[in-house]
Design a protein. Structure first.
Ligand code: ZN
Ligand code: ZN
Length: 182
């Protein structure tokens, strides 16, 4: 995995300074968005970062009951989101009724809900159009996160139960995926 590939898994929120970029420690380089964690053999171009969290101790001590190959899990068969009927994106913003603005005391303001665009993504399916919980083994996972993991072609997933992060393994590293409670 290259630095660019690893950096796809950092947190997009720049205010979360500890995890908004990849970091190295000891033998490994890491990236996480708080839901997916990826750990690969240390890349020399990724520096140590003191504020990067210590994560080695949260990896499972025992193997999971079963490993599932991510590319073989039929996640595209996931039922469509009942909230938006699968439309997912560019829904009319209910806060401003699609206008993008609202008037208050003769002044016009941008709608904060949609940033003035008048359209929003479905909040129930996070703009994916699919029901989010996907059952794998003894756990459920977020459809959008499983889609994101598909960029790691060799990824397999070992569920560790309803509340513990699942173990991920791939050709040149491993990682964790938070389950969702249903
Ligand atoms: Zn709006
Ligand atoms: Zn939806």
């Amino acid at each position: 995995m290259t630095k660019d590939e690893l950096s796809k898994f950092v947190c997009a929120d720049p205010t979360r300074n500890a995890i908004c970029e990849a970091w190295s420690r000891g033998k490994f380089s890491y990236a996480t968005d708080g839901y997916i964690l990826v750990r690969i053999p240390r890349l020399s171009e990724i520096p140590d970062k003191e504020t990067g969290p210590d994560v080695d101790n949260i990896f499972p001590k025992d193997d999971p009951w079963e490993w599932f190959i991510l590319s073989e899990i039929p996640i595209e068969d996931q039922p469509i989101c009942s909230s938006c009927d699968g439309v997912a994106v560019d829904l009319k913003c209910p806060n401003c009724n699609g206008r993008g603005k609202y008037k208050s005391e003769k002044k016009e303001y941008d709608c904060e809900e949609c940033d003035g665009k008048g359209k929003i993504d479905c909040s129930k399916c996070l703009g994916t159009g699919k029901l989010l919980p996907v059952g794998i083994g003894n756990s459920h996972f977020n459809y959008a996160l499983l889609k994101k993991l598909q960029i790691i072609s060799s990824c397999k997933i070992g569920p560790m139960g309803a509340s513990d992060p699942a173990w991920l393994k791939f050709d040149d590293g491993d990682g964790l995926l938070m389950p969702i409670r249903v």
